[in-house]
Design a protein around this ligand. Sequence first.
Ligand code: BTN
Length: 342
Amino acid sequence: MNLDLVAYLKKQSDFVGVADVEEALVGGDKKKKAKVPAKARLSNDALFRDIEALIAAGYNIEFHPYLGVKLIDIPDRLLEHEIREDMNTERIGKTMRIFDEVESTNETAWKLIEQEPSLADGTVILAEAQSAGKGRMGRAWHSAPGQGIWMSVVLKVQLPPDKLAILTAAASLAIANMLQQFIHLPSEIKWPNDVMVRGRKVSGVLVEARSNQPNTFVMGIGLNVNQTAHDFPEELQGIATSLRAERPGAQPVNRVRVIRPLLFYLDTVYRLIHKKKFDKVARAWAEFVPMGGKKVKLSQGDKEFIGTVVEVDPAKGITLRLEGGKETKLFAAETVSNVREA
Ligand code: BTN
């Protein structure tokens, strides 16, 4: 793929003629141009072949008989050079591995960690589809081709044992923040880590650790992007949603344009974790958890607690003031099957 051509076409706001493209790619400078051997210059044929290749890769390019060519849109495909455009992260996505289909990007991440001991902190694994996507609590995660962002990030960081929950919080915070600020969707975090838009789950996080790989974590993120309501299996209808479903006009969303800011937001929050600013992450996460001060009923196993939420914290759990005034803590690590307003 001629990436110079892609870069050039992106810069043009209107149609460009073949001669302009040739001039730009070979170099406007006459001296420089003279040094380029004639056969290295773009001929019409070569240019058309390159454009055909871009179209075959999914680029939407318009032709005009007199005016030339114009790039209308980039493909909704996991192309590394597109995801990397203007990328300015410190760790997240410096290394990327992109697959058409894997069983689970989390599993692929663990395999890579085993095979490549020097695998970089922040390595991102993406797949167009997962055949056995994993959700929390042994559930399956529906990961149809092209419909969402199925991604795992390898994290190599030393954390105090009581702070491990900060990684899950960091992921849900980055997703919620990105959706709010970048996609302009009203997002909330349903304790402990489901990202919700208008009461429906749009994204889930599954962070894993393995005892034979100390200070190494796999942060799995599933973000529903282009499903329409009936793409979800029956049991998820009314519970799950996607960015497309929540957008005015339900227009499809290009996943590349979502992955770029997602990596940026993840990197920002991951920097805080490397700097051990756990409280800062926890406070920002709590801003998205709409429970503070609310009277709630929590079920945990067969026990039910009714009280007012005093504090929510990724590591410390929910502090609940019970009706008699006594305070109790419920931890994310325990199974809380239902959190709802009383
Ligand atoms: C949840 O149950 O809410 C967590 C879902 C996590 C799904 C993602 S998709 C990418 C990564 N690979 C997996 O197999 N699971 C996570």
